[in-house]
Design a protein around this ligand. Sequence first.
Ligand SMILES: [Zn+2]
Ligand SMILES: [Zn+2]
Length: 140
Amino acid sequence: MHARIFLYKIHAQHHQLGEGQGWLLEFKDYFVPSLPVLIIGGVLFYWLVSPAAGISFAAGCFLYASAAAYAHQVQHENPDLCFWLPRPVHHLHHNGKMWHHNFGILVDFWDRVFGTYKKVEYNRERKRYPVSSYFRIKWF
Ligand SMILES: [Zn+2]
Ligand SMILES: [Zn+2]
């Protein structure tokens, strides 16, 4: 998306807008392209390992897309709620207008593996958010 190869225009528009589309549209953007992997992997695990393994693989794809959509939306709306990361990398990716760093959305693991992680100071507001604030995102 940053190498002008795949989805470049759409991603550049996303950078200009600087906001998420809402959980449902984000989920669609992650889930639909993963369907071939979900189906092929699910069928292979189902037949080669066990039905439980196949169903678990497919459920894992679904849950990962759901969680990534949530992580993306929440980092655009209130990155302080991204408690599972030391720094909300996607927020920093946008805020710092990064074109070569912090590509992660749900996790920063792959940025660390591929050397694209950039440690940027981020002062998380140290306040306790009520549980309801985690649900106050744009869902649709
Ligand atoms: Zn974004
Ligand atoms: Zn980007």
